[in-house]
Design a protein around this ligand. Structure first.
Ligand SMILES: [Fe+2]
Length: 541
């Protein structure tokens, strides 16, 4: 892009939420392109070829200061055909943006043989370069799914942001984003990254959020920034975070601030990809209850839990979303029911017996690694999974980010009973850059005592029989090659995020055969990364 075009379109371009005949296009204008606070016209065109000779859709929209000069165009037009590739670009203030590319969805009645989706999460700008995104932009996939932590509301939190590679300072040197201007600043700063821009230019994306688009370990309109819940009550901050998210990411969702912070934006939704995939996207932040055992570090992490954790009324989805979710999954007639799930659903314990060699003085304890995930809501988890079991749902796959680790395993209604049948397969994608366990150990993790990585991942696999692979030493993404006979999940990692160039490695490859709720190791992968369950040795497809 010329420097003039970069000044007009500093965020690059992006697309999202494809339909069989539609797409959402997005960009933002730079200060040089705007004049006062009045409407600035922005043209757009969508062509069938990268040279823009066969233009299918052309139009004009406008943006203004009230939406921070972001541009969102929702296109649904019969001139766009299903499951086809298109190119788009914007014009404004005499400049033309770089082109972007997207693929429409197959018709809902179509029977596609194959769809490829990459999923990613957790891109803390300060912790590294987006080398993984540079590689992902070159992958041969149809769509991308972002599971959240697109931004981080803090830029130097000592508990997980001490390994600074790229400094970012909030306006006024604030410790954490509080206002709409702060959140907008963060999206603009992140969106300037050239590798993130390449990713968005290459593929349409579905977005959901996790906690850091608002506040760490947030729930409803509460952050967890202090140990006093009254001080953590932050409805205006929640609304500001939701507004900036809506302005800066290309979705079809409507933002209605008059409804208040809990109802302004409904993020949970389902997408049908031909008869092959029902992609069910949930919101595990807005309707959830708070931490069950208190707000202290050891009330939330590496904790044996407390009786309140088991309270049957506790919810992470909220009753309305829960009912919608169970109905959507159990009634779906699509081959694969794929759940875009923000926080880890599979139980994740650390048994002190598994680290006995390191900490011989510890009594026998089963510690939950993190109660901010579904382990803080075990009754609702069992309720949902039992409903899926009763309905006889097959080919159920759960995709998760948040934990900054790669992993694979099985969903069970009762995780403490290894004989409880596998109801589906869980695939966990590592972070793009956010601190993994190794980095937290290297750069400090708020003084929390945890075993070294070489001991930690084997201990986690030993402590969780349903977990077949775990690795918290790498960064990257997962590519799903979804067919009518099975899914190949390829976990890919970069060899560094601390330099602008990196090599891409295939960490692991799993085959999930249709009709079996089974994970099969295929390919060799990089054995020195992570820990595999010995039961799951590589075998031919
Ligand atoms: Fe994260």
């Amino acid at each position: 892009m010329t420097s003039a075009a970069m000044a007009v379109f500093p965020c690059g371009v992006a697309s999202g939420e494809p339909g069989p005949h539609g797409i959402v296009l997005w960009t933002c204008l730079g200060p040089g392109a705007v004049d006062g606070g009045t409407d600035v016209p922005v043209g757009y065109e969508i062509a069938a070829d990268p040279g823009f000779r066969d233009v299918r859709v052309r139009g004009e929209t406008a943006t203004h200061a009230g939406r921070d000069w972001t541009v969102r165009v929702v296109v649904d037009d019969p001139a766009l055909e299903p499951f086809s590739t298109y190119y788009y670009r914007f014009t404004a203030a005499g400049a033309t943006s770089r082109p972007g590319r997207f693929r429409t969805l197959p018709d809902p009645d179509a029977r596609p043989e194959r769809v490829r989706i990459a999923f990613l999460s957790c891109q803390d700008y300060t912790n590294g370069y987006y080398t993984a995104l540079a590689h992902l932009a070159r992958e041969d996939v149809d769509y991308v799914l972002h599971l959240g932590d697109y931004i981080y509301e803090t830029t130097a939190d000592p508990s997980f942001q001490s390994g600074q590679v790229r400094a970012l300072r909030l306006p006024g040197r604030r410790i954490r984003a509080q206002t709409l201007a702060d959140y907008r600043y963060l999206y603009r700063a992140y969106k300037r990254d050239p590798y993130l821009q390449r990713l968005h230019e290459a593929f349409a994306c579905w977005h959901c959020w996790d906690d850091h688009e608002f506040a760490n370990d947030s729930y409803g309109v509460y952050d967890t920034d202090t140990r006093d819940e009254r001080l953590n009550y932050s409805p205006a901050r929640r609304l500001a975070a939701s507004q900036a998210w809506h302005e800066y990411l290309p979705t079809r969702l409507e933002f209605t601030p008059e409804r208040g912070p809990l109802d302004a934006l409904r993020v949970y939704r389902s997408v049908r990809i031909g008869d092959l995939v029902e992609l069910v996207i949930t919101d595990e932040r807005l309707y959830r209850d708070g931490p069950p055992c208190g707000l202290g570090t050891f009330d939330r992490y590496l904790t044996p839990g407390c009786p309140a954790r088991l309270d049957k009324r506790r919810t992470i989805l909220g009753p309305v979303q829960r009912e919608w979710f169970v109905e959507t999954v159990t009634r779906s007639t699509r081959v694969w029911k794929i759940w875009a799930n923000q926080v880890m659903c599979m139980q994740l314990k650390l048994s002190t017996d598994s680290v006995r060699g390191l900490f011989p003085w510890l009594p026998h304890l089963d510690l939950y690694v993190n109660l901010d995930q579904w382990d803080g809501f075990p009754a609702e988890r069992e309720r949902v999974l039992r409903a899926i079991e009763r309905a006889g749902v097959t080919d159920f796959v759960v995709l998760t980010g948040d934990i900054h680790s790669f992993g694979a395993g099985y969903l069970r209604a009762d995780f403490d009973d290894p004989a409880s049948p596998a109801l589906g397969v869980g695939l966990i994608g590592g972070s793009v850059t956010s601190a993994n366990f190794v980095e937290m150990l290297t750069f400090g993790f708020g003084g929390v005592l945890v075993p070294p990585e070489a001991e930690l991942t084997p201990a986690l696999v030993r402590s969780n029989p349903h977990l077949k692979y775990f690795n918290s030493a790498a960064h990257g993404y997962v590519v799903l090659d979804i067919t009518r006979t099975g899914i190949t999940a390829t976990m890919k990692a970069v060899d560094t995020i601390r330099a602008r160039a990196a090599r891409l490695l295939t960490l692991r490859e799993f085959w999930v055969p249709r009709g079996a709720a089974r994970l099969v190791r295929t390919g060799e992968g990089v054995p020195e990364f992570g820990t595999d369950d010995p039961d799951l040795s590589p075998s031919a497809r």
